[in-house]
Structures are given as C-alpha cells and as structure tokens.
Design a protein around this ligand. Structure first.
Ligand code: VGL
Ligand code: ZN
Length: 211
C-alpha cells in the first residue's frame, strides 16, 4: 500500500522560545529528520502542514476578547483562545531551521480563514472547507499515512481523526509528537482515542523498519 509521511506544524512558534511553545517541541525535529532520511531512501513522499494565520485570526485571544487558554465560541464552534502565533510570513510561522526542509515534497497551509480555526491538515474545525491534502494524496494513490508533529492534543489529533474517517491507514510516530497539555493528560487521552478509532501507535524505529 503506497504511503506518505505527514509532518504536522513543525514551526518555530510551537517550539521553545516561540509564541505557543509546546514543551520539548524542538525535540521532535531530529526525529523528523531521521524519518525524512528514511523516506528519501525509500522514495516515500513527505508532506508538511503549516499553521498559517492572518494577523486578525479569530483564534487569537487578543482578537476575540478572551483570555489565553480559556474556551469560547468562534462562529458557533467551541474554540480555545490562543496567543498570537504562526502569523503568515513571520519567523514564528517558518519551519524549524534545523528541519531538513529540502526533503519535503509538498506543503499544506491551513488556518488562513480568519473566522475559523483549522487544527487538521485536511479540514477546518467545522469541516466546512478542505485543504488540498486529500486530493494530493489521492492523486498519488496514497492510502497509508505515518503522522508525527506538534501538537499531539490539537493538530496531530485532529489530523489523525480526519485521516481515519477519510479511510487512510494511519500510524502515529509517538516519539515524533509532543503535546500542549493545557489540562494534564490531554495528550495521553488524545492518543488513546486515536488508537481506539484505528490508528497504530509506533516509534520512529518501527517506522524505519517498516519497509
Ligand atoms: C495548534 C493550537 C493552535 C497545533 C495550532 O499545531 O497543534 N495548536 N494552532
Ligand atoms: Zn493555530
């Protein structure tokens, strides 16, 4: 079954020093680079998603009158208020400088509509619009995805659940993920749900042994 590696939001703002830093977020960059090196050898396409917000994005607490970390409503959908992050064309939105970006075949930008958030690389949070990801994968005949990145409990979680409901076989590379864990245990619960719905939970070593 033809497969792809999907790297979620390996951007400066999700790494220590960034605006929405995920604890130890930068630790996954070396994991990603080893996965990319394997994909190069095996001719497996690598796709990267980027959170790519306009500065007036409605998920930013400052734009919505909410407080960071609290939950409100954005166009009828439950929404966590975030600090300003991953604003289009800023340093914070760039892929981490140590990531082997030359190994990435396709970039998928998401969260560009100010009125709705988009954790998943496939759809916005209301499943109102799709990114180009599904069409791209279908055009390549890809049915199996290995997914890793930031953050486990948001963008990885939503992407994995959408991939499963679209019919992809999905493995999550555990050592390639880190979570926000606004509430302790969020990432562990997210991984349990992904597994319950059919995702395999694997390590990088298992991924690189898997061909
Ligand atoms: C993300 C919160 C807000 C993520 C993106 O990449 O997990 N989390 N925007
Ligand atoms: Zn975001």
């Amino acid at each position: 079954m033809k497969q792809a590696l999907l790297l979620i939001d390996l951007q400066n703002d999700f790494c220590p020093g960034g605006a929405l830093a995920v604890p130890d977020g930068d630790k996954v960059i070396a994991v990603a680079n080893r996965a990319i090196a394997f994909c190069r050898r095996e001719d497996i396409p690598v796709v990267a998603s980027l959170d790519w917000h306009p500065s007036n994005h409605g998920s930013f607490a400052v734009n919505s009158g909410g407080r960071v970390g609290e939950i409100g409503l954005l166009d009828g959908l439950s929404q966590v208020w975030w600090p300003v992050h991953c604003v289009q064309d800023t340093t914070g939105a760039q892929l981490h400088p140590e990531l082997d970006a030359e190994g990435i075949r396709r970039r998928i930008y998401k969260g560009r509509q100010a009125g709705i958030d988009s954790y998943s690389a496939f759809y916005d949070n209301g499943h109102r619009a799709q990114t180009e990801l599904h069409a791209y994968l279908q055009a390549q005949g890809i049915h199996s995805l290995s997914i890793m990145g930031l953050a486990t409990d948001y963008c990885v979680n939503y992407t994995v659940l959408d991939a499963l409901s679209l019919g992809y076989a999905v493995d999550v590379i555990l050592d390639g993920c880190r979570g926000v864990d606004l509430h302790p245990g969020d990432s562990a619960r997210a991984l349990e749900e992904m597994q319950r719905l059919g995702a395999g939970l694997i390590t990088l070593a298992e991924f690189t042994a898997g061909c």
